[in-house]
Design a protein around this ligand. Structure first.
Ligand code: SF4
Length: 456
């Protein structure tokens, strides 16, 4: 299935694409759908949202309730990125009504009408949420179930049923290079003589003008750069109660003062800058998720600023990375709640490795090899965020993801592209590992690092 680079890289807010941006979009979609279901006098009707599974387990730490309330009040992730969220949240929290389409009011209280249901997950997906409109005597008159499937993407119950049907998704005939796995992508590249970025660009321009695509990619990169710069210039304690201190600013200042040219240190500083911004609930770009939002910007920022990359390199990098991200999302998952952190930071590293290899002049086979290596060495990585916050281990983990991505791209450039394990096999291994991974390690904070901290 074709996924646009501009869908995969979405500008929004932290701390989580699946637990913040997805629920906000779902809430917004639900409220928009109500227009024809509301009577003239709707003030005694009420909206209720029930969060299930992982959204319930770690939703408080991921600010899912804030996201749902914002979405119900008509905000979308990309629109709130430049707002003062504290002020907005305070206003929403003190309100007991939602105004729909500037006309009708429905009762909604963010503190009591969002329910964290710690019972069983919905069978279709761990990130389920049920939105309901109740009449004046409490009868449910409209109900819709949504699933936040990672990266800010949302499906309704009927959509997700189609997605889980075995081998349901086939090549999308609407684009000329409809590769839905890495082998098909390589075959098409060989036959056409085109790079992965060029094939992706051709696909994109079936529905977008070249100008729209270029503007979108440039805007994505500006937002990523802004995130790095904000993170490198902000210090203090991150919200949520863990008392985790920001470190990116101090680290980058120290590196600059020492004239330090150690690539690993700089990659960590850039990646951590982004993920500290994400943890603070500020603007970030899903790459492919919020939890893993630091890897791709760090690698690309390093390449542009330390290795003199060009504006065209930025576009080619993002197009190549999104081609790989689309294949991973299509054949496995980019959601920590579904397959653990291998699907988030592992996927981000594979995408970044592919992008870097491409702009360094790698062949499609070398690009595929780079992505494979970066993903392979994240297999099995669990998602166990302490306190349900996207801070420990997430912030440092992005630094390590960036380092692995860089190493994978370099190693691939030293080879011919021929290698033992294919990217497709590696993605299949990630899927199987994720399916067999205990739910404790899939963004529930019920196992691993999340339970090894003994509270005083
Ligand atoms: S551990 Fe990984 S998958 Fe889990 S919230 Fe953190 S970054 Fe996301």
């Amino acid at each position: 299935m074709f996924i646009s680079a501009l869908e995969l890289f979405k500008i929004g807010i932290g701390p989580s694409s699946s637990h913040t941006m997805g629920p906000m979009l779902a809430a917004h979609t639900f409220i928009q759908s109500l227009k024809h279901h509301l009577p003239q006098q709707s003030e005694k009707h009420q909206i209720r949202c029930t969060l299930k599974g992982s959204l319930s387990a770690t939703g408080k730490g991921h600010a899912t309730d804030r996201a749902v309330a914002l979405g119900l009040h008509g905000y979308l992730p990309k629109e709130v990125a430049d707002h003062d969220l504290d002020v907005l949240t305070q206003r929403i929290w003190s309100s007991s009504f939602i105004t729909i389409h500037d006309e009708q009011r429905v009762a909604f209280c963010a503190t009591s009408d969002i329910i964290f249901d710690t019972g069983k997950s919905l069978p279709e997906h761990p990130n389920g949420m049920i939105f309901e409109l109740l009449d004046d005597v409490g009868n449910v008159i409209v109900s819709e179930t949504y699933f936040s499937i990672g990266g800010g993407f949302v499906n309704t119950a009927s959509e997700i049923k189609q997605l889980v049907a075995p081998l349901k998704m086939k090549n999308d005939a609407s684009v000329p290079y409809a590769f839905d796995n890495a082998q098909v992508m390589l075959d098409m590249a060989e036959k056409s003589g085109m790079s992965i970025a060029a094939m992706k660009q051709t696909n994109e321009t079936q529905t977008l003008t070249q100008q729209t695509l270029d503007d979108g990619l440039d805007k994505t990169w500006q937002a990523m750069t802004q995130c790095i710069k904000r993170g490198l210039n902000t210090e203090g304690i991150l919200p949520g109660g863990l008392e985790v201190a920001r470190r990116a600013k101090q680290l980058s200042q120290k590196l600059a003062a020492e004239n330090n040219t150690n690539m690993n240190d700089w990659l960590c500083a850039y990646a951590m800058a982004v993920n500290e911004e994400n943890a603070a609930g500020h603007m970030v770009v899903t790459a492919p998720t919020n939890g893993a939002a630091g890897v791709i910007p760090a690698v690309l920022y390093y390449f542009i600023n330390h290795e003199k990359g060009t504006a065209q390199d930025v576009r080619d990098f993002l197009l190549t990375a999104s081609a790989i991200g689309g294949i991973i999302k299509h054949n496995s998952s980019i959601s920590g709640a579904e397959v653990g952190c291998q699907g988030e930071v592992g996927s981000a590293a594979a995408m970044a490795a592919a992008g870097l290899c491409a702009v360094r002049g790698g062949t499609p086979a070398q690009v595929e090899h780079a992505a494979e290596m970066a993903l392979e060495h994240h297999l099995g990585m669990t998602c166990d965020p302490v306190g349900g916050l996207v801070q420990v281990p997430c912030i440092e983990r992005n630094g390590f993801g960036a380092i692995k991505a860089y190493t994978a791209a370099s190693l691939a450039m030293h080879g011919t592209g021929e290698h033992f394990m294919s990217l497709d096999n590696c993605i299949a291994a990630m899927k199987q590992t994720g399916e067999e991974m205990s739910v404790k390690f899939k963004e529930t904070s019920l196992g691993g690092l999340a339970v090894t901290i003994v509270e005083c």
